[in-house]
Write a protein that binds this ligand. Structure first.
Ligand SMILES: CC(C)(COP(=O)(O)OP(=O)(O)OC[C@H]1O[C@@H](n2cnc3c(N)ncnc32)[C@H](O)[C@@H]1OP(=O)(O)O)[C@@H](O)C(=O)NCCC(=O)NCCS
Length: 175
């Protein structure tokens, strides 16, 4: 039996430990949690954790990366990393974390959720409704910036993935 909740600054240490167990390439700066959680994360903390008997065993770290990284006025939710402690897998924890996040995003009117995933997890994401590109291929979005198509590259040999919560509409942002 597990429960899920929003992460907070007090989870930084356990998230660092969990993230250090994750496969290489899954998460950047695995010990940088204080800057991603709670009130000091002024761009919106959307990281959720799962607990078994009061112990955090999984996390889904997401944020509004287009806004943070590219200063684009796009409220797209970026799934930066999902990790379940190997001892707690196949109990529906990963599914619950992504379902919670998708439901929450839908309520807020977030139009699209995107990220990149490990090649070996691609089918898991497809089963959750995501489109997963070939390793290294970018997501060619429905948005252009000053006439240039916005493409989100997948790092290393990971795969770009995305899920539209509302049908995409072509748009050209002028900056
Ligand atoms: C992928 C991951 C998040 C799944 O978490 P989980 O809690 O074990 O997943 P769930 O219990 O919710 O889902 C299990 C289901 O997915 C299936 N599954 C598990 N791993 C899979 C994979 N790599 N590819 C396809 N299906 C997979 C199981 O067979 C099971 O199917 P069922 O519901 O039909 O029985 C977890 O294995 C993990 O943390 N892996 C390492 C990091 C990773 O790959 N993260 C994903 C982001 S790239």
């Amino acid at each position: 039996m597990f429960t899920t909740r929003l992460a907070n600054v007090d989870d930084a240490a356990v998230l660092t430990t969990l993230a250090s167990m994750a496969p290489e390439g899954l998460i950047s700066a695995p010990d940088d949690w204080e800057h991603r959680l709670g009130e000091i994360h002024d761009s919106g903390n959307t990281t959720v954790v799962a607990e078994v008997c009061g112990q955090v065993v999984a996390f889904l770290w997401a944020d509004l990366a287009m806004h943070i990284d590219f200063e684009l006025d796009l409220n797209w939710l970026c799934l930066n990393a999902l990790f379940v402690d190997p001892a707690s897998r196949d109990q529906g924890i990963g599914k619950a974390l992504i379902t919670n996040t998708v439901n929450w995003a839908q309520k807020l009117g977030i139009p699209v959720i995107h990220g990149s995933c490990l090649v070996e997890s691609a089918d898991w994401w497809r089963a959750r409704g995501f489109t997963v590109a070939e390793p290294g291929a970018p997501w060619k979005t429905h948005v252009s910036v000053n006439g240039q198509r916005l493409q989100i590259a997948a790092a290393g040999d990971t795969c770009a993935m995305w899920l539209h919560l509302v049908p995409p509409v072509e748009v050209d942002i002028q900056k």
